[in-house]
Structures are given as structure tokens and as C-alpha cells.
Design a binder for this molecule. Structure first.
Ligand SMILES: C[S@@+](CC[C@H](N)C(=O)[O-])C[C@H]1O[C@@H](n2cnc3c(N)ncnc32)[C@H](O)[C@@H]1O
Length: 392
């Protein structure tokens, strides 16, 4: 029997017990347009060159070292510094003071610097690849635009709000300014998730954990801020008879989401639209989900999104707004946690995260007319997630 690197990788994926023995359906992209020179590993298209894949694997291992041992060393240094000042390292500290006390320590600075450099190097590699083969990747997207089974709606003339024009997480062009934003976001987040979401495991877990409305009726589902559609596809796979939509303001993101859905033969609808102005009719959806979007918009937009959800959800319908602080965790109060929040905001380009940290999200949901409860589990540690219900 002949083994090559590709068959070995396939065998590894199967042995690791991923949900997929390969693509669920034969690739359905129009003939001759599918760019996957090194095949797939489960549902993940392998990066097109061994060189790039090796670089990405190195950067992911490096990131794991930064997140683990280096981060623990930085935290120990932070605690020593705070104690030396006669303060309690677990007590709440003002963010500006924490930054001032901790930012120049070499161990802490190396942790912060290497994390963001690792992110930038990962993006640079990906950007070089996708732009370097511009024609092939663009042809693949163009060919998929009008292919089924699902649909794609792009709105290039849509007025993009200023708050969306940021290079979130240092992504070149952000979500809206680069035609390959979806491609880059996909492989960067696989790296960020340290390989644990290569088969969309996290998104499948969330989709499978959703609790249905009390009357059990489910005809239409919306994934709001769907990005590259991983949860949207998982929702359709869980509810094959439902009409499933994913919307996002990032045109390149939904375009890439649609390429994946076409390739996997999954019948979902993607549209480039705003969460706060979704264009859907009143009382339309039985279930709405969103995964980590509220920390990426100004607090006033979160409030608008909640009002829009209250409008388009049908009475008795559920909204699962999974994000950092809807899962039982709180914004950090301790000095090292405060420094980390500042670094994320300032150096990892999370422009709205600090606003999200002080938003009374449940209060805003009640103001929008939604009831607040807890149910299901989230991607963060398996604790019950906030569930919002439109009163019947
Ligand atoms: C961190 S990403 C998460 C994407 C996706 N939910 C996932 O699980 O991969 C946040 C997403 O929310 C989208 N987004 C943020 N604010 C939005 C808004 N007001 N309307 C539509 N999409 C929005 C962004 O474009 C981005 O794709």
C-alpha cells in the first residue's frame, strides 16, 4: 500500500475521531474552479503549499507556547510586581494604573509582543498566498456566487458604518476591506483555536446545544454576524428541514461562507446585511444565534441589534447571543487581567471590547423587550449561556 503525506493526514483525522470521514458530499463547485491543490483533511481544505502549511503549524505551536508557559510566567511577574507595591494581585485595579505598573516589565512585554507578532505573521503569510493566487481564488468565488443549493446576496453599495471599518484582530483590510477576508479569517482562527476547530467542532457543539422554543416549532433560523458561516452550516445540519440564514456586514466573509456551503452541498442562505438593519419581516425567525459579535460593535449598536432581534423573532422564539460575558464569566478585575484587556483593545485591535465589558447586556435585552434566562451551553467552558426569549 502506498502512503503519501495526504493519505497519512486523512488517516490521522479519522483516527482522531473527527465527525467527518471526508467531505459530506462530493464537491459541488462548478467544474474546474475548486482550488484545493492538496486536497482536504475532513472538511478543511489544506493550505495549498507544504511551505505555507509548515509555517502555519510552526506559528500555531508558537502561539500555544505563548498562551501557556509564557503567559503563566508573565502572570507570575505581574503578581510579584503588584505585591512589591504592597497591593493585592487579586483585587480590582483601575486599568490605567495596571497598565502603568505592568507594561514595561520584560517578561510581560515579551508575552504581549510575541502574541501580536504571531498574529501578524500568520495574517501576512495568508494574505501573501491568497493575493499571490488572486485569479484562482477569485474565479472560485465568482463561479460559486450563483451556484446552489443555497443562495448568496451581496450588497456592495450598502453604506458601511464607520464602526465596521477597523482592522479587527490586526486582519489586513478587516472584515470589509479585502476580497479574501473570509479566507484569511478562516485559517487565522483555526490557528487561534490551536487546531481544535479545524472541523468546525466548536460551532457544531454550539449548534447542537441550542434549546428549542417551548412549543418545539422551528421553521426558520438566523445566524447573525455569521462570518464564514461555520455555525450557520452546523445549524442546517442539525435542522435539515428549517430555512437557515446567515447575515454579516462583511461581503467577503459571506461570499467565502457561500463557497464553503456550495462545496459541502449544504442548503443555506447568506446575505451581506447589518445585524441592526436585517431587512427581515417582523416575527420571522424561531431561533436566532450569534457568536462573538457583541464585543465587536459599539455598545449603542449592541442595543440596536437587540431591538432588531426583538422585532424579527417570533413570540416565544429564542435568541442565543454567545459572547465572552453571556457565559457566566465577567470582565477581568485584577491588574494582570486589566492589562490583558488593554493589550487586546490597543494592540490586537479590539476597538469596541472595552465598551462591551461595561455594557449591562441583560439590562439592554430587557429594554429591547426580551426576557432573560439561562440555557444550553456555550463554546466557553460548557457553562449555561444567556438565552433571550420574545414574550409569547
Ligand atoms: C468574531 S467574528 C465571528 C464570526 C462568526 N460568528 C464565527 O463564529 O466565526 C464577528 C463577526 O460579526 C460580524 N459583525 C459584527 N457586527 C456586525 C453587525 N452589526 N452586523 C452584521 N455583522 C456584524 C463581523 O463581520 C464578523 O464576521
Amino acid at each position: 500500500m502506498h502512503f503519501n503525506r495526504r493519505s497519512l493526514f486523512g488517516a490521522t483525522a479519522a483516527a482522531a475521531g473527527t465527525a467527518f470521514a471526508g467531505r459530506e458530499a462530493e464537491a459541488k463547485l462548478p467544474k474546474g474552479t475548486d482550488v484545493e491543490p492538496r486536497g482536504t483533511n475532513g472538511i478543511l481544505e489544506r493550505l495549498p503549499t507544504l511551505d505555507l502549511e509548515s509555517n502555519e503549524e510552526f506559528l500555531m505551536s508558537f502561539r500555544m507556547w505563548v498562551n501557556g508557559p509564557l503567559n503563566r510566567a508573565a502572570m507570575r511577574r505581574a503578581n510579584e510586581i503588584i505585591k512589591a507595591k504592597g497591593r493585592d494581585p487579586k483585587a480590582e485595579m483601575d486599568m490605567a494604573e495596571a497598565v502603568e505598573l505592568l507594561k514595561d516589565d520584560p517578561t510581560i512585554a515579551v508575552r504581549n509582543h510575541t502574541w501580536s507578532r504571531c498574529q501578524q505573521l500568520t495574517f501576512n503569510n495568508l494574505r501573501r498566498e491568497f493575493h499571490g493566487s488572486y485569479d484562482a481564488y477569485m474565479t472560485e468565488m465568482e463561479a460559486a456566487d450563483n451556484a446552489g443549493p443555497g443562495t448568496l446576496e451581496l450588497n456592495p453599495d450598502m453604506k458601511m458604518p464607520d464602526y465596521a471599518r477597523h482592522e479587527y484582530h490586526t486582519q489586513p483590510g478587516g472584515y470589509v476591506g479585502d476580497p479574501f477576508a473570509g479566507h484569511m479569517y478562516h485559517y487565522l482562527t483555526n490557528n487561534f483555536n490551536e487546531g481544535r476547530n479545524d472541523q468546525d467542532e466548536l460551532h457544531r457543539r454550539m449548534a447542537n446545544a441550542l434549546v428549542l422554543p417551548a412549543d418545539g416549532k422551528l421553521k426558520r433560523v438566523l445566524d447573525l454576524g455569521c462570518g464564514i458561516g461555520r455555525q450557520t452550516i452546523a445549524l442546517k445540519q442539525r435542522f435539515p428541514d428549517a430555512e437557515v440564514w446567515g447575515i454579516d456586514f462583511g461581503g467577503p466573509l459571506v461570499r467565502y461562507a457561500h463557497v464553503r456551503a456550495v462545496d459541502m452541498g449544504v442548503d443555506v442562505n447568506f446575505a451581506q446585511r447589518l445585524g441592526e438593519d436585517s431587512k427581515f419581516p417582523d416575527n420571522h425567525f424561531d431561533v436566532i444565534t450569534s457568536y462573538i459579535i457583541h464585543h465587536e460593535v459599539p455598545a449603542e449598536i449592541s442595543r440596536k441589534i437587540l431591538k432588531e432581534v426583538a422585532r424579527i423573532l417570533r413570540p416565544g422564539g429564542h435568541y442565543y447571543p454567545i459572547d465572552f460575558y453571556t457565559t457566566g464569566s465577567q470582565p477581568p478585575r485584577d491588574p494582570y487581567g486589566k492589562l490583558r484587556s488593554w493589550v487586546s483593545h490597543r494592540w490586537v485591535h479590539e476597538p469596541w471590547m472595552l465598551q462591551y465589558g461595561v455594557l449591562d447586556f441583560e439590562g439592554a435585552a430587557r429594554d429591547a423587550g426580551l426576557e432573560v434566562g439561562k440555557a444550553g451551553t456555550s463554546g466557553f467552558g460548557g457553562r449555561p449561556n444567556t438565552i433571550l426569549t420574545k414574550p409569547a
